[in-house]
Design a protein around this ligand. Structure first.
Ligand code: GLC
Length: 753
């Protein structure tokens, strides 16, 4: 070949390589916008590489000794086929990764792929980075945060959790759980914000802000996942994943608002629910996933399936007869990321090649996934380090917040004067299955190092120095207290002035003796096993009985309500829960939490929620049993007292107005304390039935003893709306009650067109 042709070929090759370098380099140009980088990268990608981004796998591998000299080889080998798939660009994200070393190794494999697209590493960081293998900061669970009525706590918890996640190489929190709960038998209530749509929305929005910041553009942000869409909290019998048969009206009035709120707050991923909704499985519901959520509500992010729920369209819901058809139905309905495992890739590739799934649907899904990776800065910042881990996890600020979430979540349900305990004078017996147990941590948390957790027994011992006798009789199991244990407690109780019995549930994720949590739903709301027998024996001994409940969902016991001298609902208060409980019992913390969920009188009284329709009980109640719950949503006692005065509400408003009102509150007791001021409205007469009370505003305030404050609230016009008979939102003229708390004060306003 003559030299001229050679030069021509060489220059053509050089131009081609510079062009391709220039082209490949451009999506790698961090000065471009994420949208532009997505556009440029999509142009580079093959169909395989695109579908790969939609595939998620687990990062679990057999136990790897990360102290071994050749961790990378060991873990890479343990990944098996997954290592090769990553290198081929056929995996886009992982869950169930355990350590930052694993995350780094996964990213290093991805960096060897043709386009070097980094991986999203996801985790269930529900109330701290609790599934991480090493010690992390574990806060009160969501139900306790809801009881605090302080969204700022939830926002800060999410922000701190995001920083611990990013320090360990994780980028995506499968949180917040913004399900509204209407069946107290459901095992997952501890990870929800309870029964009220407004409270759930405010808390969920706060967590989305905390996780994502303004636009998940900072290296301490993660993307959040609003879950699970929708109505798992009213599934048959409270069984996780069972069908939800619920009216469109109730969906719009009760279950949808938290998702609308999280989308308005910018949540970037949504996880559909396991369950079907009125005959259509959530993962195949194009009417909701695409028409409603994307096209009407303006959702800009992407969907991730819940665990194996696309496969379950065949195996559980039986709406298709093959996994390939399940993948087709789900992707066409709007699903973007498959959790998890093989099969999905090949099926979707075949479906695209067969023209069953349009390429545009794939491009749409992949563009959303890539946007997150660019926005999170993963192309430039895909690795982390031991130093980042050491500098971030369990920082003092995080640990201080963990204690605060516990202190603020405490709900005092009953107190006949035995609390606060006087320091140093009582002979105290501490007992119960949760007295010295990490069940305090709640669901979605691994067992933490003992010296990172303060149990109730340790907390009580912290509060009482020498001179007082603190005895502990250990109870080994939640569901079966032995005769020996029962006898030992009875004997010790006779010598005690006060018995602190720490009872309830155990939802620790990997504990074989779990009594509640995911897929551990219960047919009763009683105390588990024979716990009530232990309490009855203590009562019979003559000692004062202070019951502390550690639990996610409501515990309904008429005996407990009638016979305990005090009941402190502590929920699952996290790593410093024992300290917060002890501080509350001795009065260093004045409890101010309020119930985020109604406590029914019994399981037979379900459904029990405060915002029921007027006719729910107009014909009385049950045979030989009161219809009233033991405690309504919003209930909670304090060690001090508050007086509300001068509720001022305009006499009239128009149906287009918002309403501004004021009320004076005074701390009329002997202790400083917080008060949760709650504002409800009741539409006295409406063309469709409306709830007897609907929470529309709340604020937790602190008042020193004798201090008085005037609070002003503005109730948005939208809060006065109802969905008319054509499901159109409207504010009808007529009389509205403005209610403080549970009718502490009531005023009326007339709305006129
Ligand atoms: C579970 C849960 C979901 C969680 C997912 C991944 O099935 O329903 O909330 O995020 O699996 O662990």
């Amino acid at each position: 070949m003559n030299s001229a042709i050679k030069k021509l070929l060489l220059s053509a090759c050089l131009i081609a390589s510079f062009d391709s370098l220039a082209a490949t380099a451009s999506y790698l140009d961090a000065s471009l916008s994420s949208d532009k980088r997505v556009e440029l990268l999509l142009e580079e990608m093959t169909l395989d590489e695109k579908i790969g981004q939609m595939c998620q796998f687990v990062g679990e591998a057999s136990d790897i000794d990360f102290d071994s000299k050749d961790t990378k080889t060991d873990y890479t080998l343990a990944l098996g086929d997954r290592a090769g798939l990553i290198k081929e660009g056929k995996i886009g994200s992982f869950l169930k990764v355990s350590t930052f070393e694993e995350a780094n190794i996964l990213q290093s494999l991805a960096e060897t792929s043709r386009l070097k697209i980094p991986l999203l590493i996801a985790t269930d960081a529900i109330h701290g980075h609790g599934m991480y293998m090493d010690a992390t900061t574990i806060y009160a669970t969501q139900i306790g945060l809801a009881a605090s009525f302080e969204p700022e706590l939830a926002e800060l918890m999410a922000e701190y959790t995001a920083s611990e996640m990013r320090a360990t190489g994780f980028h995506w929190a499968y949180s917040p759980n913004i399900e509204v709960v209407r069946d107290a038998r459901w095992g997952r209530i501890g990870e929800t914000f309870g029964e009220d749509p407004y409270l759930v929305t405010e808390m969920g929005n706060a967590m989305v802000r905390g996780y994502q910041g303004k636009d998940f553009g900072s290296e301490s942000n993660v993307i959040a996942s609003a879950k699970h869409f929708v109505a798992g909290g009213i599934a048959y019998n409270g069984v996780n994943g069972a069908p939800a048969d619920v009216s469109e009206r109730t969906l719009h009035e009760i279950f949808f608002p938290p998702f609308v709120g999280s989308i308005e707050s910018g949540v970037y991923t949504i996880m559909p629910a396991h369950n079907e909704i009125n005959g259509i499985p959530a993962h195949a519901h194009e009417g909701y996933l695409t028409d409603l959520i994307r096209n009407e509500w303006g959702f800009e992010g992407f969907y991730v399936s819940d665990w194996m729920d696309i496969q379950r369209l065949e195996t559980a819901h039986k709406i298709v007869d093959s996994e390939k058809q399940a993948d087709k139905v789900a992707v066409l309905a709007g699903m973007d990321v498959h959790m998890q495992g093989p099969g999905f890739f090949d099926n979707v590739k075949a479906l695209v090649e067969e023209g069953e799934i349009p390429q545009s649907r794939i491009d749409h899904a992949v563009s959303k996934i890539l946007y997150a990776k660019f926005q999170l800065g993963l192309f430039e910042n895909r690795y982390t380090s031991q130093e980042a881990v050491d500098n971030t996890l369990l920082s003092k600020a995080h640990r201080d917040l963990a204690l605060k979430t516990a202190q603020k979540s405490m709900v005092l349900l009953k107190n006949n004067g035995v609390l606060p305990l006087k320091p140093g004078v009582e002979r105290i017996l501490v007992t119960g299955p949760n007295a010295d147990h990490q069940a305090l941590l709640g669901e979605w948390a691994r067992v933490q190092p003992d010296n990172n957790v303060i149990t109730v027994l340790e907390g009580i011992n912290q509060q009482y120095g020498a001179g007082s006798t603190i005895e502990h009789v250990a109870i080994a199991r939640h569901e079966l207290i032995s005769a020996v244990e029962l006898s030992a407690v009875s004997q010790s109780a006779k010598q005690a002035d006060v018995v602190i019995a720490v009872m309830g549930e155990n939802s620790l994720r990997f504990d074989t003796n779990k009594t509640s949590a995911e897929n551990v739903d219960r047919p009763t709301l009683d105390l588990v096993g024979n716990q009530i027998e232990l309490l009855q024996n203590i009562k019979a001994s003559g000692a004062k009985l202070v019951v502390v409940l550690v639990n996610g969902g409501p515990i309904a016991s008429e005996w407990l309500t009638e016979n305990a001298d005090a009941i402190l609902e502590a929920w699952e208060p996290g790593m410093y829960g024992g300290q917060a409980i002890a501080e509350t019992l001795v009065g260093k913390v004045n409890p101010a939490g309020r119930l985020p969920i109604t406590v029914p009188r019994s399981v037979g009284h379900l459904q029990s929620f405060y915002n029921h329709k007027p006719s729910a009980f107009h014909r009385g109640g049950f045979y030989l049993s009161s219809r009233k719950p033991l405690y309504y949503f919003g209930y909670g006692l304090s060690y001090t007292t508050f007086d509300y005065r001068n509720l001022t509400v305009p006499e009239t408003m128009t149906t287009k107005d918002s309403l501004t009102m004021t009320v004076d509150i005074e701390n009329t007791g002997q202790m400083d304390g917080d008060e949760v001021v709650m504002i409800y409205i009741n539409d006295k007469v409406s063309t469709v039935t409306t709830p007897v009370r609907k929470l529309v505003a709340f604020k937790r305030i602190h008042l020193k003893r004798g201090e008085q404050k005037t609070l002003s609230f503005t109730i948005d016009n939208q809060d006065f709306e109802l969905l008319d008979r054509h499901m159109k939102p409207v504010v009808e003229p007529g009389e509205f009650e403005i209610i403080i708390g549970d009718h502490v004060k009531v005023a009326t306003v007339i709305a006129r067109d």
